[in-house]
Design a protein around this ligand. Structure first.
Ligand SMILES: [Zn+2]
Length: 963
């Protein structure tokens, strides 16, 4: 009512008298705290000696409890397939890992973020899906297998087992009963079914394509596996370009949807832009709503002078359609005229109609000038601004049907055309062939707008009006673009030339999902041109023989190795047939895993649509920016395909919100002499700054992406055993906003560690008091008028913190600010006077702190909760509800001390309780209080008051009339 929320919480009021020193003994039910010798507290509150926080045993205990609960769920046949539809749902997904064998700090960051969001949703009582699996096919396993002589399946099994345990030691609570692995036949059977379905619907096809061929390893290499000298990264052989017949998936068939539906998802704008740039060239072709052309000119157009006009006799010829090329939809708002080059059909028709007239002559001169090497000067001050109005032609403004725009033939249209060609040719690094450019086919008519300096110069030269340039920025620009897009798309007046190519999915690798196709030797009816037949569903999965071991694989092609396996019979005619030996790109495996999580054990179909419809879309997807293009695009494509086939109805977009987390960088030391990266034992860390032992000089320190070659990696296992999982989690969330780079710094872990120790001591002490009193106090009084202002302020802080953290975890995801809010609440609780520590308000503050801490630091909060409420679970305790009245009470009922001034000089103070008073009534009340103070009133005697300045909560100032 009176003050901003920040001014409301004046924590200074919460300071109480220092409590008398007394001894505290840990109680037997404080199972996590080992017994400590009794000793008196001296001075400091909550000395860590009195209630010592040992994360190790607590975390082990709770991880065992959660693991047992997981086992019970699994024993009961998995979590409920159909959930309580009344409670709402939250599907929280993190990108699944390659089973490399070890988690790195990037994994810790991504899984901690998704765990916080999922645990929060569980506390809110929602149906929560938070699954995990392993993206298990692919080169890492295959290479490890070849290098170590171990079967890829075995290598993968060992690694997933290890990573599962690592995830548990971080306290990440996944739905383990839904775990999947893409190399499991129960999974890839359905990846194969998906391929066969694409094939049957005409969306998978085989075509020749150029590939990088390693003649030593007899395999295709990805571009990234070929070094700058054109040699294979593994064999060192010179790589050959070979034409091979490869399988493609027709992603271009959903290109429009892939582009348009981006508008409906809540993703970072840069990721959306990367998707757009991958799909289109960024320029739009917009069809103008109407073109008015003089009858004579229509006849000339119809006579075939131009290529873009209609055919037939003049009388029947409809007005020609006209497209303009724009880089931004916002250009359409600022259009003043249209320009075309002398080669445009309209210009040619005008010239043909009257070659000797003024217009015809002018167009001819422009054409000749351009043909002769023409003006290419792009500087508006010196560019060729020659041009001529096309008489008898006007076009309707793209967004305002009441506005007509003139059309000019202009030399500078040639410059714009060249710029456009340049953009299409892949100026941003994507190389396209000539043939592709022809297909792109963008119009060569452009809008004259105030945003184009050439157009401004042209308008000045020819006395034309341009609408004022009012460039929109940020969200206003976004909203306007969407509006324009919708308006044009409704009338189908917008076209995007595609950059997107079909998806090449063939890989000549062993450790991947076999493409389920056989080639009929007789090319029987029922098999295609090549005799390709998809393997019938009943025969899936197609698996490589178990005996295919890496030793046999080394140096030989899969074709040689699997010669015997290849021979099979045609499902159509039972004649001889050969199996496809290519495997699929692992991006196929990950293009649909999030839907399988909804029904992971189904052996009758890819998934039950009912299950997928109830969970999809994923509400929050957390992952790295390295997947911002391909993985997201392919997952979106497959979702759209399955939607078009009726397998999923609830959404066409798989991921509603995307959180892209930043990298984790490590402290990196370099020799001040040689610049070489220093190993840990080469740096003396006991001094500050750390010293390069060899030179005796301070080492050069930077934060860089963690890498083996820089010796700057931090092993999550080491960090967890040193600090505890809760501290690592809190540090990772607190150190930087989730989307920014996180600099891992061992020294900085001390802050979060100290805070958790403080929470431990504070809540342990409170638990002791609760049990000494025989139970928790009754809830805070409904009528708070008789409470002290300190306690009312505490309640207000508790509830405003609940309000902010609820918003953080459901809208803004500013985890670092949330933790900082919890730290403030902890400080306020620590400052509560000793005599108020048995109050309902204090109890409420402590338990709400624990409830809000639970998603971030689940072990310590579970332990402390159990200590205060034996036998109860913090998850079941739910999420605290905001009591708005508690926040208001602090404003209305807390006494406010206000300085009173006369002519700006401090003359005393008044203490008042605002109550329900507001505005003028409040001011009168406070003025009366001030006049009742003798020292103040004395200064006012015999004076005329000119005016009174009252700033509620800040000051009261009497301004006296000058005598
Ligand atoms: Zn056949």
């Amino acid at each position: 009512m009176l003050r901003s929320s920040s001014g409301l919480l004046r924590l200074g009021l919460l300071r109480g008298a220092a409590p008398a020193a007394r001894a505290r003994a840990p109680l037997p039910w404080m199972s996590g705290a080992p017994a400590r010798p009794l000793r008196p507290l001296a001075g400091a509150l909550f000395s860590s000696d009195a209630y010592h926080y040992h994360p190790g045993p607590i975390e082990t205990k709770w991880q065992a409890i959660w693991k047992k609960a997981d086992a019970e769920v699994a024993a009961a046949g998995g979590s409920e397939p159909l959930f309580n539809s009344m409670a709402g749902k939250k599907y929280v997904l993190s990108m699944f890992p390659y089973p490399s064998g070890h988690l790195h700090m990037g994994h810790v960051r991504v899984y901690t973020i998704s765990d916080v969001v999922a645990r929060f949703a569980r506390q809110q009582g929602l149906n929560v899906l938070h699954p995990i699996g392993f993206d298990a096919f692919g080169l890492p396993a295959e290479n490890a297998a070849i290098e170590r002589g171990i079967a890829p399946a075995e290598w993968t099994r060992r690694n997933t087992a290890h990573m599962r345990e690592q995830l548990r030691t971080l306290g990440i609570q996944f739905d383990w009963d839904r775990e999947l692995s893409t190399c499991d036949p129960g999974y890839y059977r359905w990846t194969q079914w998906l391929f066969a379905e694409l094939f049957r619907k005409g969306l998978a096809y085989r075509q020749e394509a150029a590939v990088n061929w390693d003649p030593v390893d007899c395999t295709v290499l990805a571009n990234e596996q070929v070094d700058a000298e054109g040699r294979s990264w593994r064999s060192g052989a010179l790589v050959e370009r070979r034409q091979l017949r490869q399988w493609f998936v027709r992603t271009t068939s959903f290109a429009d949807d892939l582009l348009h539906d981006l508008e409906s998802v809540d993703w970072p704008e840069n990721v959306k832009q990367m998707q757009r740039n991958w799909i289109t060239y960024g320029r739009y072709a917009v069809t103008l709503p109407a073109v008015d052309v003089a009858p004579g000119l229509v006849a000339a157009l119809a006579a075939g002078t131009g290529t873009g006009a209609g055919r037939g006799t003049p009388s029947k010829t409809p007005p020609p359609a006209m497209e303009v090329s724009v880089a931004s939809l916002l250009e359409l708002d600022a259009a003043g005229f249209v320009v075309v080059g002398p080669g445009h059909p309209l210009a040619e028709a005008a010239r043909a109609l009257d070659p000797e007239g003024a217009t015809g002559q002018a167009v001819s001169r422009l054409a000749e000038a351009l043909a002769a090497g023409g003006p290419v000067d792009e500087d508006p001050a010196t560019a060729n601004m020659a041009g001529v109005l096309l008489p008898g032609v006007t076009v309707t403004s793209p967004l305002d049907k009441h506005r007509r725009l003139p059309v000019y033939v202009a030399a500078y249209a040639d410059i714009l055309g060249r710029r456009q060609d340049h953009a299409l040719a892949g100026a941003d690094g994507v190389a396209d062939g000539e043939a592709d450019l022809e297909k792109v086919h963008l119009p060569r008519a452009f809008l004259g707008t105030a945003g184009c300096s050439l157009a401004v110069a042209f308008a000045r030269e020819h006395g034309l009006d341009l609408p004022a340039d009012r460039p929109l920025r940020g969200s206003a620009a976004h909203a306007r673009r969407q509006e324009v897009f919708r308006a044009l798309d409704r009338d189908r007046r917008i076209r995007h030339p595609l950059r997107l190519r079909d998806w090449l999915i063939s890989r000549q690798r062993f450790w991947g999902c076999p493409i389920p196709v056989v080639y009929c030797q007789d090319r029987c009816a029922g098999s295609g041109e090549e005799g390709a037949v998809p393997v019938p569903d009943a025969q899936l999965p197609v698996s490589f023989p178990e005996s295919s071991s890496p030793e046999k694989l080394a140096g030989r092609s899969l074709g040689q190795l699997l010669e015997e396996w290849r021979h099979t019979t045609c499902p159509c005619c039972n004649g001889p047939a050969l199996r496809e030996t290519d495997t699929m790109d692992t991006f196929v495996d990950s293009s649909w895993y999030f839907m399988r999580y909804c029904d992971p054990h189904n052996d009758k179909q890819i998934f039950d649509p009912k299950q997928v419809n109830q969970w999809m879309p994923v509400d929050i997807y957390v992952g790295g920016v390295e997947h911002a293009i391909l993985h997201l695009l392919y997952a979106r494509f497959i979702t759209k395909f399955l939607h078009s086939e009726g397998h999923i109805e609830s959404t066409v977009e798989p991921f509603q919100k995307l959180l892209v987390q930043g990298l984790v960088n490590g402290a990196t030391y370099k020799s001040p002499v040689t610049g070489a990266y220093l190993k840990p034992h080469e740096v003396d860390m006991t001094v500050d700054p750390p010293v390069d032992i060899a030179s005796g000089q301070p080492a050069a320190m930077t934060f860089e992406k963690m890498s083996k070659s820089k010796y700057n990696g931090v092993d999550p296992e080491v960090a967890v055993s040193a600090f505890g999982a809760d501290t690592v989690r809190v540090f990772i969330l607190f150190k930087a906003p989730y989307e920014q780079v996180l600099e891992w710094d061992d020294k900085a872990v001390a802050g979060p560690a100290r805070w958790l120790r403080r929470v431990w001591a504070l809540a342990s002490e409170h638990a002791e008091g609760v049990h000494a009193a025989g139970g928790p106090p009754a809830p805070p009084a409904a009528s708070p008028a008789d409470r002290s202002s300190a306690l009312l302020q505490l309640r207000a802080l508790t509830h405003s913190t609940v309000e902010r953290i609820t918003r953080t975890l459901s809208e803004t995801y500013t985890f670092n600010l949330a933790i900082s809010d919890l730290m403030k609440l902890t400080n306020a609780l620590a400052e509560v006077a000793e005599e108020d520590r048995r109050s309902p308000e204090y109890h409420e503050g402590v338990v709400h702190l624990l409830q809000m801490l639970a998603p971030f630091a689940p072990h310590i909060s579970s332990e402390l909760w159990e200590t205060i409420h034996p036998g109860e679970s913090i998850t079941e305790a739910g999420w605290p509800k905001v009591d708005q009245k508690a926040i208001r009470d602090a404003v209305e009922l807390v006494d406010i001390t206000l300085p009173v001034m006369i002519n700006g000089k401090n003359r005393g103070r008044v203490v008042y309780t605002p109550g329900q008073l507001d505005g003028k009534a409040l001011q009168q009340h406070v003025e009366a209080l001030a006049r009742a103070v003798p020292t103040i009133n004395g200064h006012l005697a015999d004076q005329t008051i000119d005016k009174v300045i009252f700033v509620p909560g800040r000051l009261l100032n009497f301004v006296l009339e000058k005598k």
